[in-house]
Design a protein around this ligand. Structure first.
Ligand code: ATP
Ligand code: MG
Length: 749
C-alpha cells in the first residue's frame, strides 16, 4: 500500500475510507475488502487529516492481524503507525487496566490467569467446600462463570437473582453461585484477572470511574472494530462508551461469519448498532476480490440455506477457477495421505509453495493423521493453535517462576513451582501450609515466610531455602531487564539443569524450548517497538497471545494447519477443508437446535471463503475417534453445495501419485527395512460394510430408490460429466433433487 492508496479501492470502499466522521457500519460478505477498508481508513486519517496516531483505537481479532495492519499503514505514513492503539480487545484493555489498576484495587503488575490456572483454582475451591468434583467439573464451572462475566453478571447479581439459582439447581449444581463468589475473591486476593475479567473489569472501570472514562473518550477520537459480528455484549458496551462523545466509530463485519455465539458473541449487536446510532452511515460492499467464481458460488449456495441472516449478494469479477475437488478416503489415515498427495501434485504442476496451502479442520485432534502424511512426504507444515509453545509444560514452569517473582500473591504460580524441580516440599507439607494460611486468613506466601511456626525438620529447611531463592528472583526482576532476569531464574531455579540432565530426545527438546523462550524474551527486550521492557510487560504479551499469533519461523514456507475458528479473516491460494463428515462437521455437539446448526453452517462458510484459487474437501468413511474406530457418513453440508461446483476426485484414491512414488523411492533407497508401510500400501479400496453408496453403474431412469434423508423417489434423468455422475430424482416428499452419485447413499428398490 503506497501513496496512491485511494485508487486501490472501489467506489463504496473509497466512500467508507474518506468519510471518517460519524458512525459507519459495513456488514458485507467475505473477501469484499472490509479489513482493507479499515486499514486504508486509518492511513487516510493519519496522512490526509493529520490525526495523531495515539488517538486512533483499532480492535482486531488477533494480534497478528493488528501487526499486519500496522505494517501496511507504515507503508503509507512511516513509523508514526507504531503509535496506534491497535490489537485485540484483550490486549488493548489489559494495557488500559494496567495503567488504571489502582482504581480497582489491583497493582499494575497483576497476573493474567490462563484457563489452566482458572481450572486449577476452581478445583481447589470445589475441594475447599467439600463438593463433588465429578458434579462440579472445573471446565463446566469455568464455562458458567465465564458466560456470566461475558454477560456482565457479577457474582453479587448471580447470587441475588433467583433465576440463576433455579437454573443451577435444575442442572444439579446449586452451589455454583458460592463457587463464583469464592473464585472472584481468590483471584482478587492473588492480584490476578482471568481472560473474562479483562473485559468485565474494563466495564466496571468505565462505569464507576467517570473521570477515567472521560479521559479515554477524549483520547480515542476514532474507534474501529473488525470482525464486529463476533463481539459480545461486554465488548460492545466498552466500544459504545468510548465512542459516546465523538461518535466516530466504524465497525465492519459479516453476520454470515458469526462463529462465536457459543462464547457469547451476539449478532444482536449489529441490530443494536443501528438503534444506538440513528445517524448511521451504512456502506454496502458486494464485490469479492479474494476468490474464484466457483468458490464464491459454492459459498453463496451454502449460506443461502440459513434462515437467520441479513440477505446480501456477493459476486466476483475473478475467473471461474477450478471446480471443488471432493476427496473420498476410506480411513482418516488415508485422508491424510490423499491430502498430502494432492498438495505434492499441485505444487509440482502449478509451482506453488507450501505457504500457498492451508488445511482447515473442525477440531484440533484431527491434525494427527494429516501431520504424519505431510511429514512422510517431506512437506513442511505448521500447526497454528493447538498446544501452543507457551502451553508446554517446561515453558509454563519457567513462566511460573517468573510470574511468582513478579507477583507473590499469584498462588497458582506458587503451587506450580514450589516443588518443581523436586526439593523435598511434598504435597502433605503444601497442604499444611495451605491450611495454616486459611486459618490465619493469610496468603500462602505469608505462610511460607513463617514456615518455622508451621512445619519442622527437613521440610521446614527446604521451604526456607525456597523462600531465599524466590527473594533473589524478586530482586532480579526488579533490578535487571526482562532477559537478564529470566536467564537468572531459568538457571538458578534448577529447571534448566534438570532438563539438561535429561538426555532423551524429549528432554533435549524441552531444553531447547526453554532456550527458545529466552531468545524470545531477548527479542522482546531488543525490539524498539516495545517501550516497556519490564517483566510484567513481557508476561502480559505472552498471556494474551491468541491462536494465530504464534508465528516466529524465519522460514515461513510451510503449509498452515489450523481449526476453522482460527482461520477467520485469513486467505490462502489453496484450502483443504477436511473431515467433512456427519457428527464431526457439523459437530455432534452442535446439531441439537436450528441455531446451532446454522452456526456450524456459518463456520463452513468461513472455511470455504478462505480460498482464493482452489478448494478441496475431503471425508473418510471410517475414523478413530475417542479411541474407537467409527464408521462415518459424509457431511450433510456436502449435499448442500450446488453440485455444479463439485468435482469428485477419483484419481487420488486409485492410481499412485507422484508423492507415493516419491515415498517408494525414498524407502527403496534406504536399505533399512521400513517399519512403517509405504504410503500407498495402506490404501484400502473396499468401502466399509456399513457404508452403502449407490451402485452408480446400475442406476437407470425409472428406477425407484430410497434415500436416508429424502425418502422414496424415482430417477428421472441421469447426467454424466467427466468423472461426475448425477441423478435427477423426484422424491415423493422432498420434491425434485439432483444428487451426485459418488456419495449419495441410495438404495435401489
Ligand atoms: P473477511 O470477511 O474474510 O474478513 P474482508 O471483507 O475483510 O474478508 P479483505 O481481507 O479486506 O476482505 O480483502 C480480501 C482480499 O481482496 C484481500 O487480498 C484484499 O487485499 C483484496 N481486495 C480488497 N479490495 C480490493 C480492491 N478494491 N482491489 C483489489 N483487491 C482488493
Ligand atoms: Mg476481514
Amino acid at each position: 500500500m503506497e501513496q496512491d492508496y485511494l485508487e486501490k479501492l472501489n467506489p463504496p470502499q473509497r466512500e467508507a475510507v474518506v468519510n471518517t466522521e460519524g458512525p459507519t457500519m459495513i456488514i458485507a460478505g467475505a473477501g469484499s475488502g472490509k479489513t482493507r477498508v479499515l486499514t486504508y481508513r486509518i492511513a487516510h486519517l493519519l496522512k490526509t487529516k493529520n490525526v495523531d496516531p495515539f488517538s486512533i483505537l483499532s480492535l482486531t481479532f488477533t494480534n497478528k492481524a493488528a501487526r499486519e495492519m500496522r505494517e501496511r499503514i507504515e507503508g503509507v505514513v512511516g513509523t508514526d503507525a507504531r503509535n496506534l492503539w491497535m490489537g485485540t480487545f484483550h490486549s488493548v484493555f489489559s494495557r488500559i487496566l494496567r495503567s488504571e489498576a489502582d482504581r480497582l484495587g489491583y497493582p499494575s503488575h497483576f497476573t493474567i490467569y490462563d484457563s489452566d490456572d482458572s481450572k486449577s483454582l476452581i478445583k481447589n475451591i470445589v475441594k475447599f467446600y467439600g463438593l463433588d468434583d465429578k458434579v462440579y467439573k472445573p471446565n463446566v464451572v469455568l464455562n458458567r462463570i465465564s458466560s456470566a462475566k461475558n454477560r456482565l453478571v457479577s457474582w453479587q447479581e448471580y447470587i441475588n437473582n433467583p433465576i440463576y439459582l433455579a437454573d443451577d439447581t435444575e442442572n444439579g449444581k446449586p452451589e455454583m453461585g458460592k463457587i463464583y463468589k469464592e473464585y472472584v475473591k481468590r483471584c482478587f486476593k492473588a492480584d490476578a484477572m482471568d481472560f473474562d475479567d479483562l473485559l468485565f473489569n474494563t466495564n466496571v472501570l468505565f462505569r464507576d470511574h467517570i473521570d477515567v472514562l472521560n479521559k479515554y473518550q477524549q483520547r480515542f477520537q476514532y474507534v474501529m472494530v473488525d470482525e464486529f459480528q463476533d463481539t459480545n455484549i461486554s465488548q460492545y458496551l466498552i466500544t459504545k462508551k468510548l465512542a459516546a462523545v465523538r461518535r466516530n466509530i466504524c465497525v465492519v463485519g459479516d453476520d454470515a461469519q458469526s462463529i462465536y455465539a457459543f462464547r457469547g458473541a451476539d449478532i444482536q449487536n449489529i441490530l443494536n448498532f443501528e438503534k444506538d446510532y440513528p445517524e448511521l452511515n451504512i456502506v454496502k460492499l458486494e464485490q469479492n476480490y479474494r476468490s474464484s467464481k466457483t468458490i464464491v458460488g459454492a459459498a453463496n449456495s451454502i449460506i443461502g440455506k440459513n434462515k437467520n441472516q441479513l440477505r446480501k449478494s456477493v459476486w466476483t469479477d475473478n475467473g471461474e477457477g477450478d471446480l471443488i475437488d471432493l476427496i473420498k478416503a476410506t480411513t482418516d489415515n488415508e485422508e491424510g495421505k490423499l491430502v498430502a498427495s494432492a498438495i505434492f501434485e499441485s505444487k509440482n504442476q502449478n509451482h506453488y509453495r507450501n505457504s500457498d496451502f492451508a488445511i482447515l479442520y473442525r477440531t484440533n485432534s484431527q491434525s494427527r493423521a494429516l501431520e504424519e502424511a505431510l511429514r512422510r512426504n517431506n512437506i513442511k507444515y505448521k500447526i497454528i493453535g493447538g498446544l501452543s509453545f507457551y502451553q508446554r509444560k517446561e515453558i509454563k514452569d519457567v513462566l511460573g517462576y517468573i510470574r511468582f517473582a513478579v507477583n507473590q500473591n499469584d498462588e497458582q504460580a506458587l503451587r506450580r513451582i514450589i516443588n518443581m524441580p523436586k526439593r523435598g516440599i511434598g504435597a502433605t507439607s503444601v497442604e499444611k501450609l495451605v491450611v495454616a494460611a486459611t486459618e490465619n486468613n493469610a496468603d500462602l506466601w505469608t505462610a511460607l515466610l513463617n514456615v518455622n511456626q508451621i512445619l519442622g525438620g527437613r521440610a521446614a529447611s527446604a521451604v526456607s531455602e525456597f523462600v531465599t531463592l524466590i527473594k533473589s528472583f524478586k530482586t532480579a526482576v526488579e533490578k535487571k531487564d526482562a532477559f537478564e532476569a529470566a536467564s537468572h531464574i531459568a538457571k538458578n531455579s534448577g529447571l534448566l539443569k534438570e532438563l539438561y540432565d535429561d538426555k532423551t530426545i524429549e528432554g533435549r527438546n524441552r531444553y531447547e524450548n526453554v532456550q527458545e523462550l529466552l531468545n524470545g524474551i531477548k527479542e522482546f527486550v531488543e525490539n524498539p517497538e516495545n517501550e516497556d521492557k519490564s517483566m510484567p510487560a513481557f508476561l502480559q504479551e505472552v498471556a494474551l497471545l491468541t491462536d494465530a499469533d504464534n508465528e516466529k519461523d524465519e522460514d515461513k514456507d510451510y503449509v498452515t494447519m489450523m481449526t476453522i475458528h482460527s482461520s477467520k479473516g485469513l486467505e490462502f491460494k489453496n484450502v483443504f477443508v477436511v473431515g467433512m463428515e456427519e457428527d464431526l462437521f457439523p459437530s455432534q455437539m452442535m446439531i441439537s437446535s436450528r441455531q446451532d446448526l446454522e452456526e456450524e453452517r456459518r463456520l463452513f462458510y468461513v472455511a470455504i471463503t478462505r480460498a482464493e484459487k482452489k478448494l478441496y474437501m475431503s471425508y473418510a468413511l471410517t475414523r478413530y475417534r475417542f479411541g474407537r474406530l467409527k464408521t462415518c457418513e459424509p457431511s450433510r453440508f456436502l449435499e448442500e453445495i450446488d453440485k455444479d461446483y463439485l468435482k469428485i476426485n477419483q484419481k487420488f484414491s486409485s492410481s499412485p501419485s507422484p508423492a507415493n512414488d516419491y515415498a517408494k523411492n525414498f524407502i527403496s533407497k534406504n536399505t533399512v527395512q521400513p517399519t512403517r508401510k509405504p504410503v500407498n500400501q495402506a490404501v484400502i479400496h473396499k468401502p466399509s460394510p456399513n457404508f452403502k453408496p449407490s451402485n452408480t453403474a446400475k442406476l437407470a431412469v425409472g428406477d425407484k430408490i430410497e434415500h436416508p434423508k429424502f425418502g422414496f423417489g424415482e430417477v428421472t434423468k441421469i447426467e454424466v460429466q467427466g468423472a461426475n455422475k448425477k441423478a435427477h430424482i423426484s422424491f415423493e416428499k422432498a420434491g425434485d433433487k439432483t444428487l451426485l452419485l459418488s456419495f449419495a447413499k441410495l438404495r435401489i428398490l
